[in-house]
Design a protein around this ligand. Sequence first.
Ligand SMILES: Cc1cc2nc3c(=O)[nH]c(=O)nc-3n(C[C@H](O)[C@H](O)[C@H](O)COP(=O)(O)OP(=O)(O)OC[C@H]3O[C@@H](n4cnc5c(N)ncnc54)[C@H](O)[C@@H]3O)c2cc1C
Length: 411
Amino acid sequence: MIVIGGGPAGMMAAGRAAERGARVLLLEKNQTLGVKLLLTGGGRCNLTNATFDDRALLARYGKGGEFLFSSFVQFGTEETIGFFNRRGMATKVEPGNRVFPFSDSARSVLEVLTHYLREGGVEVRSGAAVEALLREENAVVGVRLASGEEIRAGAVVLAAGGASRPETGSSGDAFAMLRALGVAVNTERSALVPVAVKEEWVKDVQGISLDDAKATVFVDGKKELQGRGKLLFTHFGLSGPLILKMSRSIGELLSYGSVVIRIDLMPQREIGALREFLHELLRGEAINKTIKNALATLMPSALVDVVLATANTAADVPCHSVTREQRHAIAEAIKGLPLSTMHLLGLEKAIVSSGGIDLLEVDQKTMRVRSHDGLYVVGDVLDIDRPSGGFSLQVCWTTGWVAGNMVPCKV
Ligand SMILES: Cc1cc2nc3c(=O)[nH]c(=O)nc-3n(C[C@H](O)[C@H](O)[C@H](O)COP(=O)(O)OP(=O)(O)OC[C@H]3O[C@@H](n4cnc5c(N)ncnc54)[C@H](O)[C@@H]3O)c2cc1C
């Protein structure tokens, strides 16, 4: 059997099949396994959600819940926690039922999985990018690597991830391979949409547009994404080409934790240069003005109010009385106005997936692609919406285990 992709779902599928006695070859295009896994939960890996009531759990996946029912019966959240605990990785539960390794390190999760692979004798080939699935009539019989090499197998598990964060290796290859077989893949939800935020002050600055702003996106305090361009404040939040371009990624990040976008109103100046510039402005020509009037020469006055409120500085302080600390706080606010993202607008739900194989194409008891014998799909390849809280990785453990448990052993 061949597994394409050494992420959480692929490692689980490979390990489980090998445990059952199958000869397994795991092909990974990166040099190392689990690159994205190591990023999860801000490097701490929120590996599942301790929701043990099946109905409550399935409800979290929207329409995908129905599809997942029979696989969760086989391998659910309890089995996941047991799997890692039995292999020496202690876990802890944090608010929202989020389960983390006791070590607070995603590496502990990866170590359990790589040990599982070694234990079962799985052959791992890294630096091996699969280019295509080999088909004979209605069966998948192997793979062709980018090097041209062809490898045949009785079963192929496609665990190459979705299309988000291509730098981690999951760059949509799985979708292309499935489409080449004529299998339906949904990606239409990758729409360009504005972003709604919690802060009420956006209403006061609605209509203001910045030709050159920088947006940096943090998930649970960790920097994940950055872009630069034209930004527009609206009555509900943020829009403009910069935000629309980033919206798909922001939508996905919302599935993994709390998202804060910091807006740099003056990306042309580094923080040090900006502090220096403000120092000269406030001590020079603007010395007898109020700080609000001085800053209004740099940006629209409604935005000045927001900057001053963020920097905890009264608008009517004369420039000569502005302290060094206040000046620094103003510079920080200009370089990173924080906005808590709530959801994307124009989508019914606050969560999106990057799309995936249409669930109607997949047998929910086995993860086999109905139209092609010998082909199984797991993890992010599946088109399932996942809220934040460990639900995404749980899909990987469940579907990976089920596929590994279902492929015939002599392959
Ligand atoms: C920043 C961030 C934080 C997250 N935090 C959490 C969290 O805390 N909890 C949670 O539940 N989920 C989280 N997720 C989601 C979680 O990471 C994914 O659901 C999970 O990694 C999907 O696993 P996978 O095995 O399906 O795919 P991936 O992890 O994407 O792995 C796919 C693998 O296949 C390889 N591959 C791709 N194409 C080929 C090819 N052609 N040939 C060979 N190999 C190939 C890739 O290199 C990659 O190693 C987070 C995601 C991100 C981006």
